[in-house]
Structure formats: structure tokens, C-alpha cells
Design a protein. Sequence first.
Length: 683
Amino acid sequence: MATLTASLGTLVLDSSNPFAAPSALPYQAPPFDRIEDAHYLPAIEAGMAEQRVEIDAIANNSAPATFENTLIAMEESGRLLHRVLTAFGCVSGANTNPTLQDIKTEVAPRLAAHSDAINLNDALFQRVSALYNQRASLNLDPESLRLLETYYDGFIHAGSNLNEADKTSLKQLNEEASTLSTAFLTKVLAAAKESLFTTTDVSTLAGLSEAQIAAAAELAKSRNLEGWALPIQNTTQQDFFDALTNRDARKALFDLAWSRTQNGNENDTTAIITRIAQLRAERAKLLGFPTYAAWKLHDQMAKTQETALSFLSGLVTKATALIVQEAEDLQALIASQGETFELQPWDWSFYAEQLRRARYDLDEEAIKPYFELNSVLEKGVFYAAEQLFGISFTERHDIPVYHPTVRVFELTDADGSPLSLFYFDPFKRDNKNGGAWMSSLVGQSKLLGTLPVIYNVSNIPQPAEGQPALCTLDHVITLFHEFGHALHGLFSTVQYPSLAGTAVARDFVEFPSQFNEYWATYPAVLAHYAKHHATGESMPAALAEKIRKAKDFNRGYHLTEVLSSSLIDMQWHTLAPDAPLQDPDTLEAEALSKAGLKLPYARPRYRSTYFAHIFGGGYAAGYYAYQWAETLEDRAIAWFEANGGLTRANGERLRTMVLARGNTEDLAQMYENWISEPATPVS
Ligand SMILES: [Zn+2]
């Protein structure tokens, strides 16, 4: 398809462009050493043009629709576009620059239009529909039947049944929404970069470790600032709150983080998010649903907004009971130190950390020397996977990376066969989106003959030159979490690319990741990776025991901040189609007070104006998924505990029945089949 002619109105991609042909590197890994910023836009344009030609050929085929000439052909289409967008998504999210941001802005509405040109193509839909109506007599294997059903549902969900006038309106809404989401992410990133807490008086940073103060000096220097600078985290709560003794400094850092995208300057996202919410409500109405959430949830495990909302309300009582008690304990601690102020959000971590130390004799600074990043990764995260699945990891220095700190590992199966590549990009950079995530550079598919290439990104503070990267317990848990998503991608063994790996419902996708966190503090795993970075000594058993005992400490706070964000997400996405533009503060207050969760000392994990999961990512009306998946996770932990824990047999059953299966079965059924019986021993 590289020889499309201009007469078709399509573009030919210069053969010197690294995206012009599939990568010749192992696993078709992207040739990042040859890819330049200038290669992306022409490749995206040519990729869209190529897929349009392919889709038109399928839609206008004069032969009657068959599974092969329609569905298989669609699965095989768009390979160039896939190649370039996976690489582009990776670098523009994890290592961006103004050129890449401009490309992102330029292509966002065009990609939305491209998707609509496929999803709203009537001739194509008629063929899929014809196949769907004869599905009982097509003799399809279960995975192929699932593919057909997924396509058919996808077409209906995207608006294929609409009349032409409504399709035109829908396309306009989609393009505008896509442009706005991209602009939102650009502003959130810029705001995080610009919101630096700075000081020229080092005593303001009292409480921070020497390494943290050295890193703060380096950050200030890198920005040509005098003194010291602290970066902000993408969440409302900030890592430094647990240690900063100066209450005014904590408050200033909090205000900076809280108002980063809501202070009237060029990075204010208020107008963008209010319009996105309105567009989504209008789109839902066009598609025949009362709200965006109703539209979004129909193919998720929860199915309806009522189910999701009542699930969340069911958690409020539990969260409130816990957090109110925790707040009383912290207030008592404040009083015991002769202070009279009321507990505020910027005080929470500071006093919670003291209480944790007193109650469990556990000090975050005493833990960190045992959590050196490479040890956590290779002797913890990888080790657990080796024990469960019999796989092995080998670092590959010959695979090009997009940033010098990215590491690449090859996974090999128990029988020696090659499985996949895994990229690991650990450090915080101000040209990287906040938080942590997993995605793929090459999707797995037997049809296309591709093995998975998966990456994890996180935002662990980069240590000062020559220092080891020491993780907090939260960082460690996050590494296990993201690797749980990675395993879902790395083990994928399906026929069709669109059903592979993590292409599952949002409220299922967090199950493998949250469950994988379980191994972080599992005794045999913790003992294997928690070694002192300087002395190599194992973490003392008593300290490891304290970590496990303290695991549920502060649980009310964590539950409340996530639950608050979930409720706010649902409030935005259950707006009526004719609702006026909302004021974010009013909407948030309403969502929380309605649920009985408006507490002065606990703010939502994300304020709406920097809530990238829902306004820039795929979690709109889906943030509840984290808590939903917890119920799946709790049962999974109980299953592992009842069946001997970290064993090959248990890992094998989880791998073959869930992690390898992508979206090839009904997910609730897949889960129940897996958990219904113990594992059979692996020979
Ligand atoms: Zn996750």
C-alpha cells in the first residue's frame, strides 16, 4: 500500500521515512534512533490516507460481505497509521517538545474525523450488520464471533444508525472534543512545569532529606533560578507534605498545586473542561442516551450509570467512618503539640506520617534506603513475575530508546521462546505527563504475526548526580501496579489486534494492575528485593513486618480522595444535554455534598481542571473503575491465599485464563471461570 497515487487524493510516504515500512528491528520495535520529529506528521497523514483507501475498498467491495473480506480486512487495515501513532503517543506523552505538541494539536481533530469516516461509513456498517445478522450460521470460532459482536456494537455505539444530518453534527462534536482534549493536556503539562515552589532560604525546606534538597538545588539551577525549587505532582496531594515542617511552605505548595490550572492565566483549563462536558452531553443525546455516562457505560462491567453510582454511594459510609476517625486522631496529635489550628489538606500527610511513625514505629526515610529503584524493578517486580510465570528477563542494549534513561528488557518464556519487549521509563521530567501509565508500541496479534512491545512510564524523582534512586513505598506500589498492566499486554495471545491485551472494559482493566500490587509486600518478594542500597543488607524482618502491618494505615484518606474524584467524574458526565456551562467549583461542591463527602481536610485526588484521566484520557465516566476493580482484586487475593500464594501453578492459571485472553470473552465470565477452581500443578 506504499504506492498510492496522488490521483486518489492520497499521499505517498517517502521511503526514507522510518515509518514507511514495518520496523526491521527485533519485535518490530520502533527505530527511535532514526525517527526524527519531522517524520511523524507526514507518516500520520499518509497512514490516514492509506487506511481510507483500504476501508473504501472493503466498503465498496461488490462481493457479498464475508468474515474474511470485511472483518479480517479491517483488522489488517491501517498498519502504517498504527505504527506511527503508537510511537508518537509514546514520545508525545513521555518526552515531548513544542514541535510534537504542535503536531498533536494539528492532528487531533483530523484523527477524530478519520475515525468518524470509518465508524460512520454506511456501506461498511451495512456489511458488518449483514454479517452480524447471520452470525448464528457463520460457524465462527468464539474469538471470531466476539470480534464480530465487538465491531457491531462499536458501530452502533459510535452512531452508525444515525441519519446523515445527525452524523454531520456528531462529526463536528467529535472534532471539537478531540481538539479541546489535546489543548487541555498541553495546558496541564505546561502548568505543572511552571508551578514551581521556589525559595532562596534553605531553612524553608526544613524536614526534607539532604538528597531532596540537593535535587531541589539542581532543579532551580536547571531553570536559571536562585536557590531551591520543588516541582509539583499531578495529584492534589504533594509528596513533600509528609516531611516539610514549615506549615506556610506546605500551604504555599498546596495552593500552587491546587490552583495550577485555575488561576486565570494562559494555562487555565476551566473554559475547556466546561465545554468538553457540554459537548459530551450533546453527543450522548444525539446517540440516544440521557447522559454521557449512560452512553459510556453500556459496554462496561457496570453497564449503567445507576449501577456505578450506587456502587460509589455504597462506599461513602465506609470511607467516611474511616476518615473521620483518622482526622480526629490527627487533630489530637496537633493539639498534643500545643497547636490550635484546624487540620487542613496540607497538614494531612505531615501529621499522618508522624502518627504512622508513632503507631507502627515506621519512618518513610528509614524504608527508602531499602527501595533502590533497580532492585525494586529487577529483584521485586520482575522476580514476582518470574516465580509466577516461569519467564525470564534479559536487558537489551541494542534496542534504540527515545530517552537515554529508558531501559529495554526482553521476556523469554519458560520453554525459551521469545515473548515480548518491555520498556521502562522511570524518571520525572517536565516534558512528561504526570502520573504513571502503561501502553504499547506494538500490539500483539497472531493474525498480523506480531509479538507485544509494551512500556511503563512513571514519575519517580530523578536523584542528584551520582545518587541512587530511592523509592517511597507508594512508588514501589505504583511500579507493581503498572507492571500488572504490562503483563496484560506482554502475555496477550490472541488472534485479532483489536481484542489484544488491555483492550478491555475500563472497569476490568484495573484488575490485573491492582492485583499485581499484592506482590509488593508479599513476604517472599519483599525479602528478595528490599536490600539496603549501600550495604546490601536485607531489610530487617521487623521493619518488613511493620510495613505490612501499616498497610491499611491512612486508608480512609486514600479511599476518600479517590472516591471524591470518582463522584466528581460522574457529576460531570451525568449532566443533561441542555445543561448550561458549569462552574467547576460549584459542580465539585455539589457532587461531594450530595454524597455526604464534603470534608474540609480532604480534597479530591484531582481537581476538575487538572483531572487528566477524564478530560484528557480515557476515564471519562470511568474513574470509578479503580474502586470497582478493587472488588475483583480482593477476591483474587483471597483465591491466591487459599491456593498457596506465589506458585507457578497459580500464575499459569491466571496467565492462560485471564492475562493472555485480552477481550476475547465476556469479561465477567472470564473472571468467574478463572476464580471458580484451584490451579492444577505445573509439571
Ligand atoms: Zn492502572
